[in-house]
Design a protein around this ligand. Structure first.
Ligand SMILES: [Fe+2]
Length: 193
């Protein structure tokens, strides 16, 4: 797993918050793309799950900005964020009704793996930031990062459970179709909370 070269023990809290902000914006793009992708594939449960993550992480991002202003009296430094694209270009000229079962299987596999790798890397990055802040005696900032770390671990745990089941059935499209309604209802309810 490749971690950002920019991680080092001398990072200031504002540099760490800026890096977290950049990562959160990328994460929002990832969940947004995956939500649209699953919608196109007709997988309403996976779509809702991603939509829920997108909204939840968007809320967390804006709350982090408010927290930093309240706590540090400054804005989080702005950094360039590279756009990510997961949906293949040729899908933009295709019709979703023509998506084959094999295509669904293959893209569910790829999308879920991509998501899992992203969250695993996020967890690792946050662990580094937590340790750096703690070493600098920035206990409150370290605790704030710890909350994010716990959220990421929870997200990852749910994803890993789903991935284990999907792997057990070799991403069987009948199984994938069967779990959509339950997931859809679960995340629709959670979004209403
Ligand atoms: Fe996420």
């Amino acid at each position: 797993m490749k971690l950002s070269n920019s991680i080092n023990d001398n990072m200031s809290p504002s540099q760490i918050y800026a890096e977290i902000n950049r990562r959160q914006i990328t994460a929002m793009m990832l969940h947004r793309e995956l939500s649209v992708m699953f919608s196109f594939l007709g997988l309403q449960g996976f779509k809702r799950w991603q939509e829920y993550r997108y909204k939840k992480e968007s809320d967390e991002n804006i709350k982090m900005h408010f927290h930093f202003i309240d706590y540090d009296n400054h804005l989080i430094p702005d950094m360039n964020v590279e756009a990510i694209h997961i949906i293949p270009n040729d899908w933009y000229n295709a019709e979703n009704l023509n998506v084959s079962a094999n295509t669904k299987k293959s893209y569910v596999n790829r999308a879920m793996l991509e998501w899992q790798e992203w969250e695993e890397e996020t967890k690792e990055v946050l662990e580094h930031y937590y340790m750096i802040l703690l070493k600098q005696d920035k206990v409150c900032d370290a605790e704030y990062v710890m909350c994010m770390l716990k959220d990421t671990s929870k997200e990852l745990k749910k994803l890993e459970r789903c991935m284990n089941k999907l792997k057990l059935v070799d991403f069987d499209t009948v199984y994938i179709a069967e779990i959509q309604e339950e997931l859809h209802n679960k995340y629709k309810k959670k979004m209403g909370e």
